[in-house]
Write a protein that binds this ligand. Structure first.
Ligand code: MRU
Length: 342
């Protein structure tokens, strides 16, 4: 990603530098964020988004909180709480904020070292998921000469700092010359698929098509993809998976069509403290994003709307979960609690 090299966000001495994801694909704008209020705003309006990316940003946010208020003060604790609750569904945010904040007593250098470690681990996890996921896809669709993969939302380098989760798998398959087509659902209301995934696929020179969300299940029912690859915002202990709204419909259709449905996410998204999907809080983002499309109102004045940002796909509809350390074969009765030796 031009100005930031391959990274969508990073630490820059005393501030966070990040691509403003709300401006893509029209403009590549780099934000410099040097205070907690700015970071909470950026997370809330999805300037930075995607579970691993907001986890890394949250970790750096703790360093900003210490710069502003001094580590360990009451204001520091309040600032940390504001960051960790900026969005509720992705477990990475609270987890990484808590992990970095736990180093507060050791001083500012320790905070920064931990935040950088979180970043480095996510970067390494993306590479590992790409390789592991591509190997699984080869196994699951071994009869196809080249793979057509359907995906939702954006799960690339923008969502993870580098490479991505599900999109890292698609990228690895493409780099191996085995990608026939990537199909990206546009992902209303905020169009992460049409704006961001298409932008990333274009830049990697991969063959792709964007579809309206409603076309996803229909294409699957006609056997027009070999595999569905999605990311995750929180994976419960039983394998139930929260991801972008629309994921559940794809999983139902994939099952109907006997097409493998694979979740790709780092271990940092697996939440063993959440027993099942019922316990996952689904973010409600309010009516504005539904009644407007990129600033233009599309409904009659006064229309209300429902806007759940995520849904939960039950474990029984998921073929496998690929993490940076293991493949969990839910289709063979495994769960995240299963010791797969990874
Ligand atoms: O609301 P968003 O854009 O943050 O939603 C993101 C997703 O649902 C992604 O699929 C998920 O975070 C995995 S990203 C690697």
């Amino acid at each position: 990603m031009t100005e930031l090299g391959e990274r969508s966000l990073d630490w820059a001495g005393d501030r966070i530098r990040m691509v403003d994801q709300t401006r893509l694909p029209d403009a590549y704008v780099v934000l410099e964020i040097d205070d907690v209020a700015g970071l909470v705003d950026a997370i809330g309006r999805l300037a930075v988004r995607g579970a691993p990316a907001i986890g890394v940003a949250g970790g750096f946010g703790v360093v900003l909180a210490a710069q502003e208020h001094g580590a360990g003060t009451e204001q520091f604790a309040a600032a940390v709480e504001a960051i960790r609750t900026a969005r509720p569904t992705a477990v990475n945010l609270t987890r990484m904020v808590d992990r970095v904040a736990a180093c507060a007593a050791e001083g500012p250098e320790a905070l920064l070292a931990e935040a950088l470690a979180v970043r480095d681990e996510e970067v390494a996890a993306s590479l590992a998921m790409g390789r592991r996921g591509a190997a699984l896809v080869e196994e699951l669709v071994s009869e196809a000469d080249a793979v057509t993969a359907l995906t939702i939302c954006n799960t690339g380098g923008l969502a993870t700092v580098e490479r991505g989760t599900a999109l890292a798998v698609i990228r690895t398959i493409h780099e191996r010359g085995r990608l026939a087509l990537a199909i990206a659902t546009e992902t209303r209301p905020l169009l992460q698929g049409a704006r961001l995934t298409a932008w990333e696929l274009e830049r990697m020179g991969a063959p792709y098509r964007v579809i309206v969300d409603a076309a996803g299940p229909a294409l699957l029912s006609r056997g027009m993809a070999d595999v569905v690859l999605v990311g995750a915002d929180r994976i419960a202990a039983n394998g139930d998976t929260a991801n972008k709204i629309g994921t559940f419909a794809l999983a139902v259709a994939a099952r109907y069509a006997s097409i493998p449905f694979v979740v790709v996410a780092p271990e940092s998204t697996v939440d063993m403290d959440t027993p099942s999907g019922d316990a996952i809080q689904i973010e409600d983002r309010g009516a504005d994003e539904v009644v407007n499309v990129r600033g233009t109102q599309i409904t009659p004045e006064g229309s209300g709307a429902l806007n759940p940002a995520f849904d939960v796909t039950p474990a029984e509809l998921i073929t496998a979960i690929v993490t940076d350390r293991r493949v969990i074969r839910l289709d063979r009765g495994e769960t995240p609690a299963t010791d797969t030796g990874g």
